[in-house]
Design a protein around this ligand. Structure first.
Ligand code: ADP
Ligand code: ASP
Ligand code: MG
Length: 460
């Protein structure tokens, strides 16, 4: 077996961590300081995937956006000054080759309504990571004077054909990764792309926005790695979104379950699916600051010994509350199956659900859940439901989730929560399905004030 198998970890660097020459240099230093063997997974340089999404939507200034993307990459490679000329020329030629490929791809744009469009779009979005992985290698070689190589994601991550939100085929991924590992040279630093995979036939797919965290976790499973490191622009998972509350503080250790709830309910620092492989295979995850690893971070592990407590608050904005009323529901069986059959048919992900005798209320993410990137509410789906029930939709809501341990065993919880939320109206509440959360919906306009009031009760 290849030496790379021993004591291997996966280190993922997010968009901000590879956004500039200086950021990549810091990420390189971070990897170099570690003693164990690492395979690096990178996101696109910060902002590049957003730019490519705009181009895919045929923004009127697409030509300018494309030029800016190319300039961003050129600016990084042009700052490399201490690399052998021959090697620098090699990386410059590789970058130029990928940029030319991108321009060619844009020439071949199919009709937006055609079935080929989603496939074309995935290939377009993959160019961000294609370029950043190459840039990471070039800066690595400059800073360390040792070799780096790109390990193309399409060679190891096998997915289904759900373009835009592909799901891994783990058996095939394991087999391909094992083959790859045998070919790797222990003296070379390997860098692979997050977010990208390929179908069995080799057609490029993407895992959904923010999917590089997920790629890192999948690579850890496929290689049997002992740890996943998520290096980002913040020193760990915080008690709440630090952009909403300046009192937010880092949590040194969390259980997988708590972290999974945080990610599902909106803590952008982790992709919601990224903990599934870690949970299934008990692989510890560390979240830290790419540039300042000495600041520490959050260790996510299977079991922690925390007393019942609320430990963090997550928020998801842009929620829709859908209420479905039907007198047929009264004492009838099969109503929910019929309703959820329609959601399944249109691949709509529902988050919270409450029911009464003749109605059911549920929440939908307006932008699509982070995991599947779908537009959640096609009008045809609503029309199908309206054939047997009355539908009401309320938008501009935020879903607030209190995350902690054995939430349901805390006798004082509801009192302090609703004292803190008051006078904001609560449009829906869910508790009980999970021992780790209590969720409710509030008008979006009150989000910041409610989060700050609730956060006052969270102890370090
Ligand atoms: P990356 O590009 O490295 O994947 P992201 O932007 O996806 O980084 O995630 C990091 C960001 O997540 C942080 O800068 C922070 O603003 C946001 N965030 C939201 N909620 C939390 C939280 N509870 N803890 C830490 N960061 C959070
Ligand atoms: N570059 C992709 C995105 O911006 C994936 C990632 O960064 O995780 O969504
Ligand atoms: Mg991210």
């Amino acid at each position: 077996m290849n030496q790379l198998h021993n004591n291997l970890s996966i280190a993922k660097f997010g968009g901000t961590s590879v956004a500039t020459y200086d950021a990549i240099s810091a990420a390189v230093a971070n990897v170099q300081q570690q003693t164990q063997r690492l395979i690096v997974v990178v996101s696109a340089c910060g902002g590049v995937t957003d730019a490519l999404v705009k181009i895919a939507h045929m923004a009127s200034d697409s030509a300018d956006i494309l030029a800016q993307v190319e300039q961003r990459h050129q600016a990084i490679i042009s700052q490399i000054s201490r690399l052998r000329q021959a090697r620098l020329r090699y990386w410059q030629a590789e970058l130029e080759h990928i940029h030319a490929d991108l321009r060619q791809h844009l020439e071949d744009m199919p009709e937006q309504t055609s079935t080929r469009f989603s496939q074309w779009r995935d290939r377009l979005l993959s160019f961000g990571e294609r370029c950043s992985s190459l840039l990471f290698c070039a800066v690595w070689e400059e800073q360390t004077q040792t070799m780096a190589e790109v390990m193309t994601a399409e060679t190891w991550l096998v997915t289904d054909e759900r373009f835009g939100h592909a799901r891994p085929n783990m058996d095939a991924t394991r087999t391909r990764t094992a083959q790859q590992l045998l070919t790797l040279n222990p003296d070379i630093q390997y860098v692979t792309q997050g977010f990208i995979g390929a179908t069995e036939a080799g057609v490029t797919t993407t895992l959904g926005r923010g999917g590089s965290d997920y790629s890192a976790a999948l690579l850890a499973v496929a290689t049997g790695a002992s740890e996943v490191q998520i290096w980002t622009d913040i020193a760990g998972v915080y008690s709440t979104d630090p952009r909403l509350c300046k009192e937010a503080f880092p949590i040194p250790e969390m259980s997988f379950d708590e972290a999974a709830e945080m990610a599902t309910f909106g803590a952008k620092v982790l992709h919601p699916a990224s903990l599934i492989p870690a949970i299934e295979h008990n692989i510890p995850v560390f979240v830290g600051h790419s540039q300042f690893p000495e600041r520490g971070g959050t260790r996510l592990v299977k079991d922690t010994v925390f007393r019942p407590d609320v430990r963090a608050i997550a928020v998801r904005k842009k929620q829709t509350l859908m209420t479905v009323h039907s007198i047929d529901m009264f004492h009838a069986s099969g109503f929910l199956a019929k309703l959820f059959g329609i959601f399944a048919k249109y691949d709509i992900s529902v988050d919270l659900i409450t029911t009464s005798e003749v109605s059911i209320a549920l929440t939908l993410d307006e932008g699509g859940s982070q995991a599947n990137n779908q537009v959640t509410l096609p009008s045809v789906a609503i029309e199908e439901i309206e054939a047997f029930a009355r539908v009401e939709l309320e938008q501009n809501l935020s879903l607030v989730a209190l995350i902690g341990n054995q939430i349901g065993r805390q006798s004082q919880l509801s009192q302090w929560v609703f004292d803190a939320v008051s006078p904001t109206p609560v449009r829906m509440i869910c508790q009980g399905a999970s021992a780790y959360n209590l969720c409710f919906l509030i008008p979006s306009s009150d989000t910041d004030s409610v989060i700050n009031r609730l956060h006052e009760r969270i102890k370090r």
